[in-house]
Design a protein. Structure first.
Length: 67
């Protein structure tokens, strides 16, 4: 149970860290419109990654219901 939480937190940290790092490195010399588009893309990427990671797999969901 604790291991599952650490795996989820580790996965979330890696997604957020890699996305922020890519955004910072790509941000050099951008105009305001590009900043807005970049921020929107980053938020969409993080939301999608967290949704996919947090969405319960059917087998896991059944196992949890049995407990």
């Amino acid at each position: 149970m604790i291991r599952d939480k650490f795996e989820k937190l580790g996965s979330i940290f890696l997604v957020v860290f890699s996305t922020v790092l890519a955004a910072v490195l790509a941000a050099d010399g951008m105009e305001p419109g590009q900043w807005f588009g970049s921020a929107l893309a980053v938020m969409a990427s993080i939301s999608l990654a967290l949704t996919v990671r947090a969405w319960p797999h059917p087998v896991r969901a059944e196992q949890r219901e049995e407990r």
